[in-house]
Design a protein around this ligand. Structure first.
Ligand code: SAH
Ligand code: SF4
Ligand code: F3S
Length: 474
């Protein structure tokens, strides 16, 4: 391990990484195999990206991956708490791990991520799940080596949760899931406090990374073969507001667009209230920025949107969509929709259906409202009955899905550039990849083509994906 490889706060972790690595080397010499880790990730891309760093640190410390949890010496759950069922799943898993630990006393179990940032959860863990060895939160992920070392040295459980965010820690080792596409955090936290949402409480206040750090990271990724990057933030449109001097997200896109060798730029998520004309122009003018925009509407009812604290009306949202479509005619839009927010009436729900019909999304992530303790919506009157919410949810899909099919039908017969990403689940002689508009395509092809951007003719519209064939490959 080269100490000079790391900078800033992460340097404090280098001696701990070395210590754990030695411990793992000794194990390997004795047992003829490395210690194995199993990392399970829940939630959004932010968590997925955090897990790449967790895995990066574990591998740096001499662990190797296993896909079989029962074979692991170190199990880590990177948790999500956006909806209640995510939390239930974790408690279920912890119960099962308790049993596993009885047969494998050496097993180390770690829990991190958004769920453990909640005090009520921590209390419950301390009370009823004492077999969890290491707990850390979203603000101090970089301290994993130190906490793991402390657990190994002491043999006792270690818990370190920061209530407040510290400075952004740069330069963690990372193990990318895909060789050709990579996620890059541009900001952390959220200041919007939508009334249903737990994220601001578990991810802290909004703070942006310095543009120079982001650009340097993208350049390094491109040198390493990455063609497509995804800028991540809870609300990328307010990127740079906490920096001095201030910079805008549009400026970041324009600078990134200049990076030679980079082919595609994506980003998520955009909050409709902050989407500027400057950003629309940058999207239209920067040839590497994909013509795809995730623009969560949440509800079509202006009354509900006000209760949600989204700070736009149905009319403003639709006007924004029109403006974007006028500037970028071939853009595809996707969205998030919550059904059954407290007080949602049949009329409110009809407004949501109206937005779905008018916008014509290419993808939509639909959620049943889930009550999150500590958020303003949790104590609102008129929580919608479960049966009513379910019925609306089904009706929403009945409107959404034919509309998605219709939007995609415009692509049939077209030949579009597709980044071949992996061997397709449709068959071993097939590849899957995405168009610039984020449409999934399965097409016949050899694994040696993975990582290339290929012209693919979209032949069959299967609503949520396409079948296609390569053009000019004879
Ligand atoms: N920052 C992003 C979204 C992050 S959470 C944004 O503002 O768009 C991803 C999605 O989960 C949200 O868009 C919302 O649709 C959904 N969500 C958040 N809290 C929820 C809750 N309590 N119940 C149901 N869905 C929720
Ligand atoms: Fe949650 Fe709203 Fe922030 Fe998105 S913008 S993370 S929905 S509070
Ligand atoms: Fe993401 Fe879930 Fe946390 S959606 S930010 S992992 S609560």
């Amino acid at each position: 391990m080269n100490e000079n490889q790391y900078h800033g706060a992460f340097q404090t972790q280098v001696p701990f990484m070395e210590q754990v690595r030695q411990w793992n080397v000794a194990y390997e010499e004795k047992n003829g195999r490395k210690r194995r880790y199993f990392c399970f990730t829940m939630g959004c891309q932010m968590n997925a990206h955090d897990s790449e760093k967790i895995v990066g640190m574990l591998e740096e410390m001499g662990y190797e991956a296993t896909q079989a949890e029962t074979d692991a010496d170190f199990v880590i759950y990177n948790t999500c708490c956006i909806r209640e069922n995510a939390e239930q799943k974790v408690y279920g898993k912890l119960g099962w791990l308790h049993h596993l630990k009885r047969t494998k006393p050496e097993l180390i179990v770690a829990l991190c991520g958004c769920m453990v940032q909640q005090e009520t959860v921590l209390e419950k863990l301390h009370r009823s799940y004492r077999h969890v060895d290491i707990i850390f939160g979203t603000h101090n992920l970089y301290k994993l080596p130190e906490l793991l070392d402390a657990r190994i040295q002491s043999g006792s459980p270690v818990c370190d949760i920061w209530k407040e965010q510290g400075d952004i820690v740069e330069d963690l080792p990372s193990h990318r899931e895909h060789p050709y596409k990579a996620a890059v955090n541009i900001m952390y936290g959220c200041n919007n406090f939508c009334s249903y949402c737990i994220v601001p409480y578990v991810r802290g206040r909004e703070r942006s990374r310095e543009m120079a750090d982001i650009l340097a990271e993208v350049e390094a990724l491109v040198k390493d073969g990455v063609k497509e990057i995804m800028f991540l933030g809870q609300n990328v449109n307010s990127y740079g507001k906490t920096l001095s001097p201030q910079v805008s997200f549009a400026q970041l896109l324009r600078e990134t667009n200049k990076i030679e060798g980079l082919e595609r730029i994506r980003f998520m998520t955009s909050h409709p209230k902050d989407l500027s004309d400057e950003l629309i122009s940058a999207m239209a003018e920067c040839e590497k920025v994909c013509h795809y925009l995730h623009l969560p509407v949440q509800s079509g009812s202006s009354r509900v949107l006000k209760e949600m604290n989204r700070r736009y009306t149905k009319e403003q949202y639709l006007a924004l969509v029109d403006k974007i479509k006028a500037a970028i005619p071939d853009i595809f839009l996707s969205t998030d929709i919550i059904v059954g927010f407290p007080g949602e009436t049949e009329e409110d729900f009809e407004e949501t259906l109206d937005v779905v019909r008018k916008v014509g999304y290419s993808t939509a992530f639909t959620f049943l409202y889930s009550k999150r303790t500590g958020t303003p919506a949790a104590v609102m009157e008129n929580q919608v009955e479960e049966a009513v919410a379910h019925e609306r949810f089904d009706r929403l899909l009945d409107v959404l899905n034919p509309k998605i099919h219709e939007i995609h039908s415009g692509l049939v017969g077209k030949t579009l550039p597709v980044l071949a990403e992996e061997v397709s689940r449709q068959g071993e002689d097939m590849l899957s990849g995405r168009t610039e508009q984020n449409t999934l395509v399965h097409f016949p092809g050899d694994p040696s083509l993975i990582g290339q951007i290929l012209p693919v003719k979209l032949t069959e519209n299967k609503t949520f994906y396409f079948l296609g064939e390569r053009v000019g490959n004879e």
